[in-house]
Design a protein around this ligand. Structure first.
Ligand code: 6R9
Length: 656
């Protein structure tokens, strides 16, 4: 076995059989030019002008890319535009203004539709109110709201007046909110009284109050009264009721502030599954051009579509593909509050059915849950409106990929999109009107993007071997820096694989991957998701993929336990699909599957069945937490988890 990189593997995770996009899809696809890659290539970086050209500019840009101060790149410098104008005002012409911009589905079956006209009115009134509260251009406004329409409205109102927003996940704790506001020097907050969580009214304002108490600055706060009489609240000093403000500023309009393409549009703290939260800075022109282009080319969104990305806006995916991308294209974007299993496990399919959703985008964690619950839920609804499916957030192995395509999509194409908070928009994916899809592999780098999988020295690894995923050219949606300074940005993302002497700048994603002969990239996971057993470096994703290949297994997380005597031992946490009991047969099948796919060295020392795995709010498995549990380490704050209760269960299981 060629073990040149010490990864202990010489072939990619077996992908399922490839699928060609169906003829019916190709006929109507937004992008079908098979030569698109070469055209972008020949004309780089000017090819990106085309993406920028889909936006409305107040002043044209002078250059496409300025790289004189690499890796601090500037895109579309000199150009001026406003994101709120691009996502709202420009769609008001003619018959578009009565077109639905946002369809919202509340937790208890409430429904609201905002036409582009309604959205325009709401955004303008809130923008006028924010101005009155002394929010000035470049002031950072923190938004701490659940999935209610006021969240995108608040983002767009900030964008309108040139105030960067800083959206904090509604589920994060008061301390996490305070830390993010403090780090972002933010003295303005938009929050709400509360929201329903698992049926109970949950006091959001209480958390916001606690955060404000710990901050030095007086924070002007707008409070959305979302629950009404179910959760009465009183407004204190510096607090303003959202609906009162809307009334006070009813009918007011605010001219969109022309922003420089390189002015900050928003700031987003990413905690991710590893490390300290980082304040990722995104700017206006390049970001908007990249999200609009990928919404068009990859998600195939058309203005007349009903498009649904079932993510939380508090995650980058929601920023780019619930709010900015789809609204820049003038489509109807669906957003929902709650969870896929309440009131029942067919909640999402009911929404697809009722709204005749054309394009649906979600995370592998959700798909594995659907699989676990069983195919009867999607089968009980008419999902024939679906034309394209997408996934994002984690690797998806072939079995759930195929399940999603067949049981949800009825055979329609599935795009597996790889990108990050820091990349702003999609980087690797198939183009659904052109490319063959290989389940398990995200796909090739998108046109205009160049990805390389390299070893420690930066040399390309051979096809099928594992290495580090790097991006070798800048792209418009890229983060410009981290809020706390350029040094950390350079050190973390650029220094590992760049050679400043020769001007060879390469972005390091922090992920490991392999690339095949056709340039398709299979992402293996974060660099830390590697376990060294008897000197062999094993990718957790590879072991997990072998485990989830076993019939009846829904998902798994693999971590290492260090023991002085035995070296590192592999622990596999496994949850089963509905109808499958955790049995010794499944245990044996797991051992066989791992042995067959990787070798006996990767056999789990212990297989622990658990009803659920601990997840971040964006659905990523928190391996680090499981690792702390198996190693008997003290656990960090788990309040940011989607399912904190499971940690207690897993821990108790360990102690018994
Ligand atoms: C958009 C988003 C980024 C990390 C990334 C990688 C993982 C995202 C993936 C994927 C395999 C995909 N990731 N998409 N892994 N296949 N299609 O998720 O942003 O929350 O910043 O996470 O997520 O590990 O580095 P973010």
């Amino acid at each position: 076995m060629d073990d040149r990189n010490g990864w202990g593997r010489d072939r990619p995770v077996p992908a399922g059989s490839p699928h060609q996009p169906p003829e019916s899809f190709v006929e109507q696809a937004n992008v079908t030019d098979e030569a698109i890659d070469e055209k972008f290539e020949e004309n780089w970086p000017e090819c990106w002008e085309r993406a920028a050209g889909s936006l409305s500019w107040d002043e044209p840009f002078d250059t496409v890319l300025e790289d004189g101060d690499a890796p601090l790149y500037r895109w579309f410098a000199g150009g001026k535009l406003n994101a709120s104008f691009n996502c709202v005002d420009r769609h008001l012409e003619a018959d578009r203004k009565t077109h639905a911009a946002i369809r919202w589905e509340g937790k208890h079956g409430e429904r609201e539709t905002y036409t582009y006209r309604d959205l325009y009115v709401a955004v303008n009134e809130l923008a006028a109110a924010l101005r009155e509260l002394d929010v000035e251009e470049d002031d950072v406004v923190t938004i701490y709201l659940p999935m209610i329409p006021e969240l995108p409205i608040a983002m767009l109102a900030c964008a309108r007046i040139g105030a960067p927003h800083n959206v904090v996940f509604a589920g994060l704790s008061a301390d996490a909110l305070a830390a993010r506001m403090d780090a972002a020097d933010s003295e303005f907050l938009i929050t709400c009284d509360g929201y329903y969580r698992r049926g109970d009214a949950f006091n959001q304002k209480g958390k916001a109050d606690n955060a404000r108490l710990s901050l030095e600055a007086d924070v002007r706060t707008v409070v959305v009264d979302h629950l009404g009489a179910d959760l009465p609240h009183v407004l204190g000093d510096d607090e303003y009721d959202y609906h009162d403000l809307r009334e006070e500023f009813a009918g007011r309009t605010v001219d969109p502030v022309p922003r420089d393409a390189e002015d900050m549009l928003f700031l987003m703290y990413t905690s991710g599954t590893t490390g300290e939260p980082k304040g990722v800075v995104h700017t206006t022109g390049g970001y908007l051009a990249h999200v609009a282009w990928t919404s068009h080319a990859v998600l195939d969104v058309k203005p007349e579509d009903t498009y649904w990305c079932a993510a939380d806006i508090g995650w980058i995916t929601g920023h780019s593909y619930i709010v900015y991308g789809p609204l820049a294209l003038g489509t109807t974007t669906v957003m929902y509050e709650g969870t896929p299993d309440y009131p029942d496990r067919d909640r999402l399919w009911e929404i697809v059915d009722r709204n005749a959703v054309d394009v649906f985008y979600t995370a592998p964690t959700a798909i594995r849950a659907f699989m676990k619950w069983g195919e009867q839920y999607p089968a009980s609804h008419d999902l024939s409106s679906l034309r394209l499916l997408g996934t994002v957030g984690e690797p998806i192995s072939p079995r759930p990929w195929n399940w999603y395509r067949e049981r949800v999509g009825g055979g329609c194409p599935v795009v597996d999109t790889w990108w990050q908070t820091e990349t702003g928009a999609m980087m690797l994916s198939t183009l659904p009107g052109i490319d063959e899809m290989k389940p398990g592999a995200a796909g090739p780098a998108l046109p205009g993007i160049e990805a390389r999988v390299v070893d420690e020295t930066g040399a390309d690894v051979a096809a099928g071997e594992a290495g580090y995923l790097t991006i070798t050219r800048p792209w418009p949606g890229m983060a410009r820096t981290l809020y706390d300074g350029d040094d950390r940005y350079r050190a973390e993302y650029w220094e590992p694989f760049s050679d400043p002497e020769t001007g060879d700048w390469r972005y390091f994603s922090g992920d490991t991957a392999s690339i095949d002969e056709d340039g398709y990239v299979t992402v293996l996971g974060r660099v830390d998701d590697v376990i060294t057993v008897s000197g062999r470096r094993l990718s957790t994703m590879e072991i997990e993929s072998a485990i989830t290949d076993v019939a009846g297994v829904a998902e798994s997380a693999v971590v290492g336990r260090s023991s002085d005597r035995e070296g590192t031992e592999i622990y596999a946490y496994v949850s089963t699909e509905g109808g499958f009991e955790p049995t010794d047969d499944i245990r044996d099948a797991i051992v066989d599957s791992v042995g067959g796919a990787i070798g006996p060295v990767a056999t789990p020392h212990e297989i622990v069945f658990t009803p659920e795995l601990p997840k971040t709010r964006s659905g990523k498995i928190m391996r680090r937490l499981l690792e702390d549990i198996v190693n008997g380490e003290e656990l960090e704050d788990t309040s940011a988890l989607r399912n904190p209760e499971i940690v207690g269960e897993i821990q108790t299981g360990r102690e018994e």
